[in-house]
Write a protein that binds this ligand. Sequence first.
Ligand code: PEP
Ligand code: MN
Length: 624
Amino acid sequence: MILELEKDLTPEGKAQLIRRLKALRCDCRELPAVEGTQRIGILGKPGPGEEEIGRLPGVQRVVRVTTPYKLAGRQMHPHDTIVRVRDVLVGGENLCVIAGPCAVESLEQALTIGREVKQAGATLFRGGAFKPRTSPYSFQGLEEDGLKILAEVRETLGLPVVTEMTSPSQADLIFKYVDVVQIGARNMQNFELLKCAGRMGKPVLLKRGLAGTIEEWLMSAEYILSEGDGQVILCERGIRTFEPYTRNTLDLSAIPVIKKLTHLPIVIDPSHATGMREKVSPMARAAVAAGADGIMVEVHHDPERALSDGAQSLYPAQFRQLMRDLYVIAPVIGKRLDFTHMERVRTIGRRSREGSGKPRAGFMGRAGSFSHKACLQYFADAVEAVSFHAFRAIFEAIREGGIDYGVIPLENSLSGSIHENYDLLREYDLRILGELPIRITQNLLAVPGAELAGIRRILSHPQGFEQCRRFLSQFDWEQVAVSDTAAAAERVRDAADPGLAAIANQSAAEHYGLHILVPGIEDNPRNFTRFVVVGREPIETRKAAKSSLLCSARNEPGALFSILQVFAEHRINMIKLESRPIPGEPWRYLFYIDVEADLEAPEMAGVRRAVEEKSEFFKLLGCY
Ligand code: PEP
Ligand code: MN
């Protein structure tokens, strides 16, 4: 059961309540607060009855948990859990890729594959050291030597490692060498093993059993959660059906089911699910499109000679291609897969602000705005995200040193460039350090209980109205423009009027407790906003793929042509060219140019000089 506590209960009052519950032999846990209400969960069947507990001082209300899995269910934990494995986050906006061989065979094999998968963008390395094989005569794994190799892969490549534990007797060794403890499909209901894994204090990756129902799987997660600290990642790896063509049948419908029932992240293992190399990538792509938080894939550089599961292991080149595909699919469903995230988080981590902890990044609007989403996707929790009410204030705060980075929108695929931010980039001495696309989906949000027929007035950012013109043309609603979409959601919540609605994104709905009356109301689903990160010092060390610049051409024949000619002569691809009037200088124009080249690379010095010489005004905004 869940105890909702009285609003003004002091920490001392809460501690006293917990002491009383313990004295009554209740197994209680502090739960995350929901909309400001503090909560305590009681597991199992408590000694005293519901009424008796409801009368204890500090208890406002007792809520029954209706599912047999308590800690794994959404009643106790409504918000998604994000599992942290060193610098890697699993769940939330992150798409996590776990890759490596089925089994660790040698240091050379593990490092070769580790380098390949890391380069392609995997963030966790997998490899079995204790292999549960169908036949006792098959390769059983290198055991402790295998674990040592995994630890060495982590030290050399910086990828945290995942390995399977097949018996509680391996717990000490596994604890010493690896970062994530995997429970294999065959052991999903090995309850002693689950309890042991829960007590280890490391994240656990729990595979679904070959014949396990979703409820049984969640009950197994419950075993781990009831012992540990909540760090469980679920992994669907195919179930046994009547279909013999593939090794197992991948139950992709488990993804939306799990998303509804539990807050735990889910990853998909298409390798064991299909057992066939050429079926792995299509299933991995489908898993991501269906909303999985990640994939776990077997990769081998020489699968013909692999000691286990060679037939289902991808060649490194296939894995690279899969990663490129996932990179494109991820933003469509609001997730991020980017190849440099870990490096970025580490670099930023090293730049902690003296005395005050994490670096700070400014975004425009309230929590739940698209800018906030972009900030979270780019930095995860490596920075403290700070809300601002004007773009200029973000630039000012970076200049004054109050914050370190800013996340600002630069252009929308439907409505074009955001000139205000180009102007600010021209005015302030900051650089573009990185970019990320965010898919913009708009929804009509209202307070719970409101109906479409009762809506009279809608609030949004002007861009929100602009992007939903076709939908809005069906109604005769009064439109009220506000500073950002999350502000619209906040005002609708505060007004508590069923005649009001906001156009905003799904996170704003979650953030402000609103219901989605109509989802996906934007005119065009291919609606992306390109956000850029601005700051003083570069974050990423890899070679930049792109440069953005501003320039103006002299007032003479062929002036713009001669600038563009420089790029043409050096075979540099131009991906954006836009002109816009220079504010305050009638009939004079500024050009926004993006090229696919690192104009700060030493070999580009000549190109840059030539463009500068041919322009009247020139400013390199950043290479990223
Ligand atoms: C594995 O991932 O190495 C493995 C043995 O998988 P499963 O338990 O899903 O068969
Ligand atoms: Mn395998």
